[in-house]
Design a protein around this ligand. Structure first.
Ligand SMILES: CC(C)(COP(=O)(O)OP(=O)(O)OC[C@H]1O[C@@H](n2cnc3c(N)ncnc32)[C@H](O)[C@@H]1OP(=O)(O)O)[C@@H](O)C(=O)NCCC(=O)NCCS
Length: 138
């Protein structure tokens, strides 16, 4: 496996991976233009592929708001799950955060036990009694 930075031509493959893992929603604004803008603002988008130029099997998108990195669109292709790849990609993502010297925040559904197990094993700590709010069209 190889972990590298996102490239423009990746998008159709990545979007398919997001659809296959259930994390794609059109209203989230997951477009190539948004990815480019976030990376320009200090974020990083890591792609895991089977070999250089091979099939994409994982994504980790970190956006930066000037204070923190937000980790999202974290996914491993279903056929490759449960083999330790998520952990490898997450550790690589944390390396990027260490280089930037900033905290990492993420959101995860409370039914997503595998993801929660993974994040907690890496040291993430959940806020208790905390709700996440959003307004799509302010
Ligand atoms: C969450 C996800 C990225 C994890 O990736 P993965 O490659 O399957 O995870 P790993 O194989 O690295 O396993 C990570 C940990 O979870 C455990 N785990 C993996 N699959 C599991 C399963 N089906 N049941 C229980 N534990 C499991 C592993 O044992 C490992 O724990 P350990 O380090 O204590 O042994 C992957 O399941 C995925 O893409 N899910 C769909 C998208 C998603 O929900 N993303 C997260 C959004 S917040």
């Amino acid at each position: 496996m190889v972990i590298r930075q996102y490239r423009e031509g990746d998008y159709p493959h990545i979007r398919q991976l997001w659809e296959d893992t259930g994390i794609y929603r059109a209203d989230r604004g997951d477009t190539p233009a948004v990815i480019r803008r976030c990376n320009d603002q200090g974020g990083a988008f890591l792609v895991m592929e089977e070999q250089p130029g091979g099939r994409i099997v994982g994504t980790s998108w970190m956006t930066y708001d000037g204070r923190r990195l937000h980790l999202h669109h974290f996914a491993i292709r279903p056929s490759h799950q449960g083999k330790g790849l998520g952990k490898i990609l997450a550790l690589e993502s944390l390396k990027h955060a260490r280089k930037k010297s900033c905290p990492v925040k993420l959101e995860v559904h409370d039914e997503n036990k595998v993801a929660i197990h993974l994040y907690e094993s890496l040291g993430f700590v959940a806020f208790e009694n905390y709700h996440v709010y959003m307004i799509l069209e302010p």
